[in-house]
Design a protein. Structure first.
Length: 181
């Protein structure tokens, strides 16, 4: 006598779970698109670019220390740059009825830009910096010999890495200042 009611309850629970699973897994017509957020450090490491898509306004950005409002456009996108404190950012909903209440931003590799690596011997930042320092030092001395009123400017039409150009500018300024002092 106790077997039949138990079977009925177990059967009812099993079919209920099966149906609820089917309902949960079934796509809905008004499904909210998934929101995403990425953090891209600059190649030189001085700032990060934070971008997001699929959000409804208003939203806040939290970096673990502070929270600031985000400017989400009509398409649900945002883009901002910040001096790099860290790379752990979270996009938070402001209203309780918003979807994607919090979205952790994921880290992506730094954007190295479209510049091709220099054609100098070796590859990598160290060699690029050395070559940039050599060229910048020569350019700084040449500019100082011509006139101490105009600082040397890099010719960025040449394909070099950011590391090369940073070293070039530092070395050119240093050589120019020494020669014109």
């Amino acid at each position: 006598m106790h077997l039949h009611p138990r079977r009925a309850v177990v059967s009812l629970l099993a079919s209920s779970l099966a149906l609820s699973g089917a309902i949960v897994l079934a796509p809905t017509a008004g499904a909210v698109p998934a929101a995403s957020c990425t953090v891209t450090p600059a190649a030189n490491g001085t700032f990060v670019t934070i971008s997001g898509e699929g959000f409804t306004a208003p939203r806040n950005l939290n970096d673990g220390e502070s929270t600031e409002p985000l400017n989400v456009d009509a398409n649900g996108n945002f883009l901002l740059k910040r001096f790099q404190k860290n790379v752990d950012y979270t996009v938070l909903a402001v209203n309780e009825d918003q979807s994607n209440i919090f979205v952790n931003c994921r880290m992506v590799q730094p954007d190295t830009g479209t510049a091709q690596p220099s054609s100098t011997t070796g590859t990598g930042d160290r060699n690029d910096r050395v070559q940039g320092r050599i060229a910048g030092d020569l350019a700084g001395r040449d500019a100082a010999e011509t006139s101490c009123s105009e600082r040397p400017m890099p010719d960025r039409s040449q394909n070099h890495t950011d590391a090369y150009w940073e070293a070039w500018v530092q070395a050119a300024d240093r050589a120019f200042d020494r020669a014109c002092a």
